[in-house]
Design a protein around this ligand. Structure first.
Ligand code: ADP
Ligand code: MG
Length: 346
């Protein structure tokens, strides 16, 4: 047997298998990059559910023309430089593999201009083949264009679903982002028509991470907003805040369960279990609670490098986190029960 070093493009295509499942994963990676760059406004243009085109434009810090080739190089990142940085990572990205992965399975272009710079530039990449940097007028900020996703990976392309389904996945993800970042303006156009707009909202209690009631209303609907209970609890190095629905409002599925750990949307079984347990006595069997919860802790207490797509985290003190969530919610829910009893007694 001969052992060979694989070419870079193939390595990126293999990595793309983990990071890029569908158009929604591309939107997620590009928008997270925009947020990491400090964007205040993000414009997303889609065609055919993102399969034909995903274009994400931001007004963030931008990239130097001379750095464009590095941005699409594997394991190149401006966000961490050492293991120490990794252990305390505060940005959404850090692996330096989203852009090269996406660029290896699409017709890709990265255009940018740094805030202080006079000129913009663009770097095209086609199916992983990196082109030449060329001057291009661009406002301060960055535009990433992804056309014909998986055009060169037929096996993957086959798994893409109907336009509506892919668009639905993108909208689901944007909803979860809009809940966590009410301070950023998000605009989406689909097939040339405005499709969704989340305005930047004022800060609630001066905290950009607090979801304003207005945002609950536009993302989760009037009934959720009407039944939403604001919670906040600090202790043991943890802070849990956000909104939980009164038990009277519940769901058939877990479709309105949002959890963010240090601002990152994640799924976590242990936290989901703690919430369910807190609701156990007040929900009918088989019904699901609805919530938007933000857990904040020292980044060193949580490992975000568990999976390439970063959907999961690992807590250093999982038991502590579980019990903290459980007790906080139990207490909040006890108050609703006391309130209900008082109302009946009146
Ligand atoms: P990561 O986000 O893990 O660093 P990416 O492949 O997503 O890796 O991006 C590589 C690098 O390109 C980033 O570290 C950042 O320096 C730069 N970059 C990507 N997108 C943007 C953007 N929208 N604005 C500014 N810089 C960006
Ligand atoms: Mg990234």
């Amino acid at each position: 047997m001969t052992i060979r070093q694989l070419p870079d493009t193939l390595i990126n295509q293999i990595a793309a298998g983990e990071v890029v499942e569908r158009p929604a994963s591309v939107v997620k990676e590009l928008v997270e990059n925009a947020l990491d760059a400090g964007a205040r406004r993000i414009d997303i243009d889609l065609e055919e559910g993102g399969v034909r085109l995903i274009r994400v434009r931001d007004d963030g810090g931008g990239i130097d023309a001379s750095d464009l080739p590095l941005a699409v190089a594997r394991h190149a990142t401006s966000k961490i430089a050492s293991l120490d940085d990794l252990e305390a990572v505060a940005t959404l990205g850090f692996r330096g593999e989203a852009l090269p992965s996406i660029a290896s399975v699409s017709r890709f272009a990265l255009a940018s201009r740094r805030a202080g710079s006079e000129h913009g530039a663009v770097l095209p990449v086609e199916g992983g083949r990196i082109g030449a940097v060329a001057p291009k007028p661009h406002p301060p900020g960055t535009t990433v264009e992804v056309r014909d996703l998986f055009y060169n990976v037929p096996a993957r392309r086959k798994f893409l679903r109907a336009e509506r389904t892919e668009l639905g996945h993108i909208e689901d993800w944007l909803r979860s982002l809009a809940l966590a970042r009410p301070d950023v303006e998000l605009r989406v156009a689909h097939n040339g028509k405005p499709a969704r707009r989340y305005r930047a909202l004022g800060l609630l209690d001066g905290d950009a991470r607090q979801t304003a009631p207005e945002r609950l209303l536009e993302t989760l609907g009037e009934e959720f907003a009407r039944n939403a209970l604001r919670i906040e609890h600090v202790g043991a190095g943890l802070r849990l805040h956000g909104w939980i629905a009164r038990p009277a409002y519940n769901r058939a599925s877990a479709d309105q369960q949002y959890l963010y750990v240090n601002g990152r949307s994640v799924r976590d079984r242990s936290v989901a279990h703690a919430v369910k347990q807190a609701y156990a006595d007040v929900l009918f069997h088989g019904r699901q609670p609805a919530y938007v919860l933000f857990l904040e802790l020292d980044p060193r207490g949580v490992d975000v490098n568990v999976h390439p797509a970063k959907h999961e985290v690992r807590f250093r003190e999982a038991r502590l986190v579980h019990d903290f969530v459980y007790r906080t919610l139990l207490e909040a829910l006890a108050e609703t029960r006391a309130g209900a009893t008082a109302a009946i007694a009146e």
